[in-house]
Ligand binder design. Structure first.
Ligand SMILES: Cc1ncc(COP(=O)(O)O)c(C=O)c1O
Length: 369
């Protein structure tokens, strides 16, 4: 069985600790703490009739809703069983053999490349620079690829996660646009993972015309709070979308997921409330975390915070101590480019966050140097 090092696995923790899932606090997956849109929940409650038919393989209504939301043609969208399914379609569909990953970042792209027999290279943001993506280095690597002669192992795609996980850093839309345009000119694919971009609207490149060869990935898991339904989408030129669709198994997105996603997308009130809540609570939580002795907390544009423990402490030890109490947080010590003191916590409700603060404060003092 495959161990997935990201995405909350509350079921495994519940089995291990011998307690129900509802008695765990999951800070390891960053899901909207206000939950899904009430309109999306109502849709599911009354969806019994949908179960006696196959789902719509074209995801027609959801694609129409996205087209109107983003003011793009409906054939620019492909819906997937979570954005994870789409990530795994990319290498095969676009014949990507060598992906340049801007790290430290989400591991699923490297996994997908490994599965398809491709390779990855990484350029890393530096800790001293707040893990800011080294965009200049990425552009230089693209130039070198263009200059590499025939027979040279040249990269054919670049991945930027914006805002990035687990660092929380977001690049301006203009910077990402420049990167994507350069990639198009060099005939490279530019994959932009915008799974957390609902939390920082101005950083998305979806509000402008996408260059050829740019693929943007989005999800209904995080901001829309629907991780269990599995819905994500890709946005790209129609020709790119057809190549990806050709690799996708039929009916991979169930009908409850399609209907709930439409309702969630259209619930502007819940979206506004979620954004206001996150801006307020993230600032409060971050300030409180920074009062933990010698901890560093990196500023975040998303609904999670990257914490670095004091020198001499290990994230693995603190994560294990909290897990025993039913508090799940993400150990980031194995993420290439981060050190063994790094861990990520979701921003949850005020009461949950206070509970974590208290437990963290004890765990940090109690886990020896
Ligand atoms: C940056 C990033 N991209 C994509 C995903 C996949 O999300 P999903 O498959 O739930 O849409 C995740 C989930 O953890 C993520 O953190």
């Amino acid at each position: 069985m495959r161990y997935i090092g990201h995405g909350g696995d509350v079921y495994a923790a519940a089995r291990e600790l011998g307690r129900g899932v509802h008695r765990l606090l999951d800070f390891s997956a960053s899901i909207n703490p206000l939950g899904p849109s009430p309109a999306a929940l109502r849709t599911i409650q009354y969806a019994e009739a949908l179960l006696s038919h196959y789902p719509d393989p074209a995801c027609w209504d959801l694609r129409q809703a996205l087209a109107s939301h983003w003011d793009q043609p409906a054939d620019a969208f492909l819906i997937g069983n979570g954005s994870t399914e789409l990530i795994h379609l990319l290498p095969q569909a676009l014949q990507i053999r060598h992906l340049l990953i801007v790290g430290p970042t989400f591991s699923e792209y490297a996994t997908a490349m490994g599965r398809s027999g491709g390779r990855v290279s990484m350029v890393m943001g530096e800790r001293a620079d707040g893990y800011r993506p080294p965009v200049g280095q990425v552009m230089a690597a693209m130039q070198r690829t263009a200059q590499a002669g025939r027979g040279q192992p040249a990269m054919d795609a670049v991945l930027l996660c914006n805002p990035n996980s687990p660092t929380g850093h977001a690049c301006e839309a203009e910077t990402v646009g420049t990167l994507a345009s350069l990639a198009a000119r060099r005939r490279l694919w530019c994959i932009v993972d915008e799974t957390f971009a609902e939390y920082c609207v101005g950083t998305s490149i979806l509000s402008r015309a996408l260059p050829a060869r740019t693929i943007v990935l989005r999800s209904f898991t995080k901001f829309y709070g629907l991780p269990g339904l599995r819905v994500g989408y890709a946005v790209a030129k129609a020709g790119v979308i057809s190549r990806m669709a050709a690799q996708q198994p039929p009916w991979s997105v169930n009908m409850l997921a399609q209907r709930a996603a439409v309702a969630a997308l259209q619930d502007v009130r819940h979206a506004g409330r979620s954004l206001r809540f996150m801006a307020r609570e993230r600032a409060r939580f971050q300030k409180a975390l920074m009062r933990l002795p010698d901890c560093t907390v990196f500023p975040s544009a998303a609904n999670f915070l990257l914490i670095e423990l004091p020198v001499g402490r290990q994230a693995r030890v603190v994560v294990t101590a909290l897990r025993r109490q039913g508090l799940l947080i993400r150990d980031c010590s194995q993420v290439p480019g981060l050190n063994d003191r790094s861990m990520r916590v979701a921003v949850r409700t005020r009461a949950d966050n206070d509970r974590l603060l208290q437990a963290l404060s004890v765990a940090i003092q109690g886990t020896g140097r």
